[in-house]
Write a protein that binds this ligand. Structure first.
Ligand SMILES: Cc1ncc(COP(=O)(O)O)c(C=O)c1O
Length: 340
């Protein structure tokens, strides 16, 4: 059998994107955090800097996923998430920019509101600012059922809705995330290093699936390490495997389940509830690197990375990239719970 040696960029080029995200995002050294922790050399890939509506990792996925919506003639984008979901804030931002209606199923009850400002500030405020129509629904554990029900309802009323899954995680979203690897590989080479690992927080799984599939082609020596922030590591890993399989079929690359590593134990007491290690990570990133990490995702992701460093996972002369996936608006909704 002939081995398919097409580079990652050629494989990605056949998937059209809208060009709404500001790419490539920067790859920067974190010298002060590295010194504080005593190595390995730490770098940050600034996925918070994707631009529109305060940025974040979902814009990279939406760039591809919503191209399909436009080509199908959709006039309405439908998605959903918890009250402080960064995903739905980015969906709302993109819909505003494209001039499409946006309807969001807002799940209540996945967590108790941790602060008085939780329901009105941060992402909840931005959703309203960006003009989204918000539909309050109870959390049942099924992440997509209420979004699908909203799609059916809007169809019945004569709209042309397009379904965007929870977290914008599906096969195309994972393909989109492989583009991050196509950026990191040459950026790191220009900076003179090859990362031993890329570490990030993982939840609805599309980000990690894309990174794993991209790395299999373009950075085979780099380990992708997902830090579970959902407090459901087995479910997260199963979802990463499922999306990665689908994305690897679309990109025509081999996929090895052993490349999927989801680290448990850093989600705190529950999804959306920050604990001491989260707050320590947020403080360190703020004071040493001026990075505003969030208490639900990136703060827990960095807490997991710090714990792995303290356990001696990497040598001092190795390089590790922290993928900062955004989420800073949620800081304002948690302000009184952080004691900062
Ligand atoms: C800031 C932030 N980081 C990371 C993630 C997790 O990415 P994924 O859902 O693709 O696993 C999310 C998802 O909502 C997020 O909002």
């Amino acid at each position: 059998m002939q081995v398919d040696r097409r580079p990652l960029l050629d494989r990605l080029a056949v998937f059209p994107r809208l060009g709404l995200a500001t790419l490539p995002t920067p790859l920067e050294p974190m010298k002060r955090l590295t010194a504080h922790l005593g190595g390995p050399r730490l770098w940050v890939k600034r996925e918070d800097a994707t631009g529109l509506g305060f940025g974040g990792n979902k814009l990279r996925k939406l760039d591809y996923v919503l191209h399909e919506a436009i080509s199908r003639g959709a006039d309405t984008i439908v998605s959903g998430g918890v009250v402080q979901s960064n995903s739905q804030r980015q969906v709302a931002a993109v819909a505003a920019r494209l001039g499409l209606a946006c309807h969001l199923a807002v799940y209540h009850g996945r967590l108790e509101p941790p602060t008085p400002e939780y329901k009105t500030s941060g992402n909840a405020f931005l959703n309203r600012l960006f003009g989204a129509h918000l539909h309050d629904v109870p959390w049942t554990g099924d992440r997509n059922a209420a979004i699908r029900a909203l799609v059916d309802d809007l169809k019945g009323k004569g709209s042309k809705p397009y379904f965007v899954p929870y977290g914008v995680s599906n096969a195309l979203g994972a393909v989109a995330y492989a583009t991050t690897i196509a950026e990191i590989e040459p950026q790191a080479a220009r900076l003179g290093f090859r990362p031993a690992a890329i570490v990030h927080c993982t939840g609805s799984a599309g980000t990690q699936a894309g990174l794993v599939v991209g790395a299999a082609v373009a950075m085979p020596d780099t380990r992708i390490v997902g830090i579970d922030i959902d407090a459901e590591p087995a479910r997260v890993r199963a979802d990463v495997v499922a999306f990665a399989k689908e994305a690897s079929d679309l990109l025509d690359v081999p996929f090895d389940e052993a490349s999927v590593e989801v680290v448990a134990g850093h989600a705190g007491p529950a999804y959306g509830v920050p604990h001491e290690a989260t707050i320590e990570a947020i403080r360190l990133a703020g004071r040493l690197e001026a990075l505003p990490l969030d208490p639900v995702y990136s703060g827990k992701g960095l807490a997991g990375l710090i714990a792995l460093i303290r356990q001696g996972r990497w040598r001092k002369d190795e390089d590790v990239v922290f993928l900062y996936t955004g989420g800073a608006p949620a800081l304002f909704a948690y302000q009184s719970a952080l004691g900062i």
